[in-house]
Write a protein that binds this ligand. Structure first.
Ligand code: UVW
Length: 329
């Protein structure tokens, strides 16, 4: 391989091609997309995004900020020709791309790894793409960032359409904070008669974005500690993700897994599932999706599968994007 001499343990680098930037999205073939379309039987569509100014309350004081709308020079209710009654309004927005319902691209989360085997670890990303070469930016933010590889536009160009499969964690464990590991996840899937096949997009309903809508401005940091997460300390769960063939993982919680700035004892990442999925396996992560209405409908109709269409913005160089996905049943 030209980009790396060693790949991280548990990674699939190179298996989709030396220059691959799509990872497990390669598993969404035309045949898998047709299988997804065959899940459309009622013609009912479910929007899967929060309003993009949610979450509110204490979350809004964090490093990611709510969208700020403003008018372009054309303004609002602007009458651009005195001879005709036409008026126009025209906006722009300052948008933190990962404030609300979002996709994470592979350029969002990398690791320090000795990919040359020369004893000099470098900052790198999925398939050995490198910081400063392929993913440009610096910790001080003095260089304009630009993901020349692995960015969100690469994901957008696939259309991000396939078969969604929903596991209803809230139905199994309520709104308590439970870290769901391999055994519990597979038990819940068996109880709900849910199976995943290679190429499927795994969607985890925990209930957290519904809580965000319910509490609005009253949201506190404790609110965000409600509802289930995947137990990313469970190596068997990470191996199940590898073996399952899922092409992407989506959740309605903050980060799919717990997020703490204190690594667990013995852990070499604060976000092991991000490392496993985005860095090692090329599995995009969706976070803070709104899955409650879809989950209720699927439960009432004894179903778990649907057509999912959820392209991110085709925004060159960006590492993440808001997404207004649609599930069709
Ligand atoms: C971080 O990795 C900090 O954020 P996210 O959960 O959006 O991936």
């Amino acid at each position: 391989m030209t980009r790396w001499a060693r790949r991280p343990e548990g990674s699939n680098w190179g298996e989709f091609g030396e220059d691959d930037q799509l990872g497990r999205l390669n598993l969404i073939t035309a045949e898998r997309r047709l299988a997804a379309v065959s899940e459309v039987r009622e013609g009912i569509a479910f929007p899967l995004s929060l309003p993009l100014d949610f979450p509110k309350g204490e979350y809004a004081a964090g490093p990611r900020k709510q969208p700020v709308l403003a008018s372009t020079a054309l303004g609002h209710n602007h009458r651009f020709l005195p001879s005709v009654p036409d008026v126009v309004s025209d906006d722009y927005v300052v948008l933190h791309l990962q404030y609300s319902t979002q996709w994470d691209s592979f350029a969002h989360h990398g690791a320090v790894f000795d990919l040359d085997g020369a004893g000099e670890p470098a900052v790198c990303y999925y398939n050995g793409y490198r910081a400063d070469v392929d993913v440009i930016g610096d910790p001080q933010g003095s260089i304009p960032p630009h993901a020349d590889a692995l960015g969100i536009e690469t994901m957008a160009q696939t259309g991000m359409q396939g078969r969604g499969v929903l596991v209803d964690l809230q139905r199994a464990v309520g709104r308590d904070r439970v870290a769901v590991g391999h055994d519990q996840l597979t038990e819940i899937m068996a109880a709900q008669d849910v199976t995943v096949e290679p190429g499927d997009i795994l969607c985890l309903h925990t209930g957290l974005t519904e809580v965000m809508l319910e509490v609005g401005d009253e949201l506190t940091h404790e609110t965000l500690d409600q509802c289930a997460v995947l137990d990313s300390q469970d190596d068997r769960l990470l191996q199940w993700i590898t073996d399952s063939g899922v092409s992407a993982i989506v959740a309605d919680n903050l980060a799919v897994e717990p997020f703490s700035l204190d690594p667990a004892p013995g852990a070499n990442s604060v976000l092991p599932l991000h490392t496993h999925c985005l860095f090692k396996q090329g599995i995009p992560l969706g976070e803070m999706w709104y899955l409650a209405d879809l989950a209720r409908w699927l439960r009432a109709h004894g179903r778990s599968r649907f057509l999912l269409t959820a392209p991110p913005l085709r925004l060159p160089g960006a590492v993440g994007s808001p997404v207004s996905g649609v599930a069709t049943v």
